[in-house]
Design a protein around this ligand. Structure first.
Ligand code: RUB
Length: 304
């Protein structure tokens, strides 16, 4: 396999490239690199494309954006000759990447409209889509404050805090368990998504569902910022979303805790009844219309 393809794949697996949107674009980029650098026969191309596809799909299990990106690029491949097939893969990958960037910008625009001047926003983990909403609201001149969780165990919240501080946003980092303590100061919660199931449940960084529960209790609106390629066609045909469980070492050194078991699931599911709206690039929608959105993205294809 081309070394750059492996570099991207391992980058996703080891979380050097992370966040559902980024890993989707990186997977499309890997397919593009493969097609551009391929040498061999048409038959070899088809066979190796399948290998690259399987390899990319194996890197992280939860974010459907990765699979939707891979299917988008491969299932739309056209042409009978090797050159036309290669060109088609390159073009599809470029289209996906451009569409993805554009989607995040539109989400930011729509979402920023929903942020009232003077609001205090809570976010969790590090979501480019959620950050785009916050940053566009800030750039439009609204006086906003942001609380963000540190997000154990990978501390993606550090990235979020730094990005917001650099933008000049008034940002406060809190530990994950302080969410309920601060909820009385929060006007709106905005998080991202890795996958949205056909029943409207949102799968996002572990802890998201607890935050949603606390927001619900405090009657604080809970919004999800997500591109339509985060909706999962697979869930329509009955597949369950696999929740990635990562090594215990990410939490603590198990050798220092003889007799102790560790569990480290890195995503959880927030049911639709705790979600006020999902901000997508095609509009702000109720989680209950997830199925209609999936029908539109079904065109990406699904492996049954
Ligand atoms: C990242 C995470 C993000 C979503 C959405 O988890 O849960 O909230 O992926 O991000 P991890 P984006 O760090 O384990 O990949 O809006 O950037 O797609």
């Amino acid at each position: 396999m081309h070394p750059r393809v492996v570099e991207i794949g391992e980058g996703i697996r080891e979380m050097k490239i992370r966040g559902a949107g980024r890993i989707a674009r990186a997977a499309a980029e890997a397919l593009k690199v493969f097609a551009e650098n391929f040498q061999g026969t048409r038959e070899d191309f088809t066979r190796e494309l399948e290998e690259v596809k399987k390899y990319l799909l194996s890197t992280r299990p939860t974010a459907v954006s990765l699979r939707n990106a891979v299917y988008y690029v491969i299932n739309r491949m056209e042409g009978d000759t090797l050159d036309s097939m290669r060109e088609s893969v390159v073009q599809n990958a470029e289209n996906f990447i451009a569409m993805s960037h554009e989607a995040v910008k539109r989400i930011g625009k729509f979402g920023a409209e929903r942020i009232r001047d003077g609001s205090t926003i809570l976010t969790h983990c590090n979501s480019s889509a959620a950050l785009e909403v916050i940053i566009q609201a800030h750039r439009s001149g609204k006086e906003i404050k942001v609380f963000n969780t540190e997000t154990r165990p990978w501390l993606q919240g550090h990235i979020t805090s730094r990005i917001l501080a650099k933008e000049g946003v008034d940002v406060t980092m809190i530990v994950d368990s302080a969410v309920r303590y601060f909820m009385r100061d929060i006007d709106i919660v905005i998080v991202g998504a890795d996958t949205i199931a056909s029943n409207g449940a949102v799968i996002n960084k572990i802890g998201t569902s607890q935050i949603a529960l606390v927001a619900h209790e405090a009657r604080v609106p809970f919004m999800v910022a997500a591109e339509t390629y985060k909706f999962s066609p697979e869930t329509v045909i009955g597949k369950l979303v696999e929740i990635e469980e990562r090594p215990a070492e990410e939490i603590a050194d198990p050798s220092e805790f003889p007799g102790v078991k560790f569990r480290n699931p890195v995503f959880d599911a927030t049911p639709p009844e705790y979600i006020d709206a999902i901000i997508t690039e095609i509009g702000i929608i109720s989680p209950y219309i997830a199925y209609q959105i999936i029908k539109e993205v079904m065109q990406f294809g699904v492996e049954s």
